[in-house]
Design a protein around this ligand. Structure first.
Ligand SMILES: Nc1nc2c(c(=O)[nH]1)N[C@H]1C(S)=C(S)[C@@H](COP(=O)(O)OP(=O)(O)OC[C@H]3O[C@@H](n4cnc5c(N)ncnc54)[C@H](O)[C@@H]3O)O[C@H]1N2
Ligand code: MOO
Length: 406
């Protein structure tokens, strides 16, 4: 792990190094396929069937030999999807439908719109090629091949692919169990009218949704008062059977910010404060738990800082715990900036909309980039990464990290 000096601000790379050090994927469990969406495959899934399992027609039409192009041919059989055809008699054609098995002896299919039909005979176009409109056995999947590799996120298409093999149950990683703490006496739950100086807890539903979209299960949500002893007691208690403890707020330098000190007194602080905006006072460490250490991430309380921190740090951590490499790094896109800005000593992760224009992607940063302005995250497509001490002019190329889908 890279060292951080006592007063220097850490980098995103240092934070990821500290966070992901020694992480191994959680154990696996078996689930019915219908419940496996959004889970991560624990091992390679081998194909046991060819898909398709037989040569079949891509069209409603007729099967014949390409050598009989341009002929009138008698219709010698009718093959519906789900039936077994007879071998095709020479000099004849078979009426068949999309998905129906192609009779042996036929080497092409012609869609019915190109065929002239008269009673029990049909005439075919003069130009036909063997293989036309036939979906060959094993074209999609060859039995014995790796259908889906270990670590595959089971999205809609992957579930369909598994079902195509007749899979009923699948071995997936257990979801990372997260305890989510909200610090701050002023932060209350929706459902009660606001008192003076109070505000509603926006971080909790936002982070719960993001964590779920990263494959985690938010087991416990606890509100933590601004009190050192209570903060320490709650941290110790929730860490016991969580894979990850996440808190928001209370990590800055005020005397009401108890999280960092509670972490230090109970476990270990690995890194505190990053040279990023938003999200500077991030704290990373470990807490003692039932099975060794639990990872701790203290996100800053400002909602935008929590939101950005979740994409930069919680996502790769959930990926590492569930053995899913596609969650490691956010997809990067180069776009043209539709704005100008200048950074100081911290790199800036600006929330922006991305438009795909004929001239290429264009990033429009939301007007108010303050870390308390959550409207700058609503509908954001990307985080534009502006490195420290950099000027961006309108029209410059900028690197954008894709954050849709939370
Ligand atoms: N003297 C200094 N003050 C601050 C510094 C600094 O370096 N020196 N850093 C600033 C930065 S940058 C940030 S970011 C914040 C983060 O502070 P904390 O993580 O300690 O967060 P809090 O003070 O508890 O809260 C900040 C802000 O966010 C609101 N909040 C907190 N939790 C929630 C929640 N669950 N839902 C909605 N809003 C929440 C809270 O009410 C505050 O307004 O510190 C700066 N200060
Ligand atoms: O680092 Mo703070 O998150 O900018 O407001």
């Amino acid at each position: 792990m890279a060292e951080q000096s006592s007063d220097a601000l850490g980098t995103v790379e240092q934070a990821l190094g500290a966070l992901l050090e020694d992480v191994s994927p959680l154990e696996s469990e078996t689930l019915p396929l219908a419940q496996a969406g959004g889970r991560v495959l624990a091992g390679d899934q081998m194909a046991r069937l060819d898909v398709p399992a037989f040569d079949n027609s891509a069209m409603d039409g007729y099967a014949l030999r390409a050598a009989d192009a341009g002929q009138w041919l008698p219709v010698s059989q009718r093959v519906a999807a789900g039936s077994a055809p007879e071998p095709l008699e020479p000099g004849t054609c078979a009426r068949l439908f999309t998905g129906a098995p192609v009779p042996s002896g036929a080497d092409c299919v012609v869609m019915q719109e190109r065929v002239e039909r008269e009673g029990e005979r049909a005439r075919f176009p003069a130009e036909l090629t063997a293989g036309d409109s036939i979906r060959r056995r094993g074209r999609d999947v060859a039995s014995g091949s790796v259908l889906l590799a270990a670590g595959t996120w089971l999205d809609a298409a992957a579930l369909g692919h598994l079902a195509g093999q007749g899979v009923v149950e699948v071995e997936v990683r257990r979801r990372p169990r997260v305890a989510l703490l909200s610090t701050g006496d002023e932060v209350i739950d929706p459902g009660t009218p606001l008192g003076p100086g109070q505000l509603y807890n926006t971080n909790r539903p936002m982070l719960t949704r993001l964590l779920e979209s990263f494959g985690a299960e938010v087991g416990r949500c606890v509100s933590v008062p601004d009190d050192f002893d209570e903060t320490r007691a709650i941290l110790g208690e929730v860490a016991f059977d969580a894979d990850v403890v996440i808190s928001t707020g209370g990590v800055s330098v005020g005397e009401e910010d108890h999280v960092k000190h509670a972490l230090e007194s109970l476990g270990r602080l690995d890194l505190w404060r990053l040279a990023i905006r938003p999200g500077k006072p991030l704290a990373l460490g470990r807490l003692p738990a039932r099975h060794g250490d639990t990872r701790f991430i203290g996100l800053p309380g400002n909602p935008v800082s929590s939101f950005v921190g979740a994409w930069l740090f919680l996502r790769p951590l959930m990926g590492a715990l569930s053995g899913c490499p596609t969650l490691d790094a956010l997809p990067a896109i180069t776009a043209t900036a539709d704005f100008a800005t200048r950074t100081g000593p911290r790199s800036h992760y600006m929330r922006a909309a991305l438009a795909f224009t004929p001239e290429g992607p264009v990033a429009t940063a939301f007007a108010d980039q303050n870390s308390g302005v959550l409207s700058s995250c609503v509908g954001a497509d990307v985080l534009v990464v502006v490195p420290a001490n950099t000027a961006v002019a309108k029209g410059d190329a900028v690197t954008c990290l894709w954050i849709k889908g939370g």
